[in-house]
Design a protein around this ligand. Sequence first.
Ligand code: GLY
Length: 338
Amino acid sequence: MTPTFEIHDESRIYIGSASELLPEILPQKRIVVISDTTIAHLHAPLLASYETILIGTSEKIKTLQTIETIYRRFIELGVDRSTFVLAIGGGIVTDIAGFAASTYMRGLQFGFVSTTLLGQVDASVGGKNGVNIDGYKNMAGCFNQPAFVICDPSLLSTLPEREFRAGLAEVIKAAIIADADLFAQLESTTFDQLRQNTDQLSDIIAASIRIKADIVTHDERETGERRKLNLGHTLAHAIEKSSDQMIHGEAVAVGTVLISEVAVKLGTLSVTDYGRIVSLHKQMGFVTESPVSISRMLQEVGKDKKNKEGMLRIVLPAGIGDCEIMPISPEEFARLLQ
Ligand code: GLY
């Protein structure tokens, strides 16, 4: 099977049917699946052939406690270095399973079947694995590439509307940072069309992964260009830390709109392009106002793991399809956000 994309020679990314691809690409090893209770309910046939460890759902379980529970189950099951860990689920499952597999016995091979739009276009691709600490996002983790990622658009038909929309926030983000054509394609469609038209959906998934795979191939460990993929995320993480009202993609949408406003003030983005960014988010049904105050967000921004030597690094849209990374003092950032 030829992968749709590859990151170095390490991680193969397939867009296609998981049930057809898995028998072809799984290694001839013992397979242990990590999935969650929702997937076990919605996609039972996909899990049926494997020993399975089920975890709970929601960002709240992305903790070291969950990792420890998985290690204990690995020990009970006699998992060893010759076992292949297959994670089947959204971004929370793949982040957790990738971290557990990367650290158990100093590392097992692993692969993903990504079952959410957000997972397919962002979280499962690129080798970031980890968990939150006291609500601070991805504070413990590692860069380690999955052997493969399967993005099966047909699995998205069971995705609740809210989760689907959350994934679109990462598609819009990818378009803003690197693909003006993708942005225009999104402008010319609707939320409902994207949900219903599998070909169109596969196209935008492929376009988003292309951007991510290209960036990660050049900067796997986020020393430069990969930071662009964090557009909107510093503020999104601050919103998620301060409030339970928004899931990740919803917070990314707000963070992207707010940082675009800052970009207008700093002169990297025109008012016209800012208008297009706001309009596209609204067209896709996003709330674009933050549920928490700017001052509350700013308290959290100071703790972002991407800060260096007291300076924040913000990703600013520089037109549609382009962006730049700028170091900025917390005081200046606060002034621009008010
Ligand atoms: N989600 C951003 C990244 O993978 O770098």
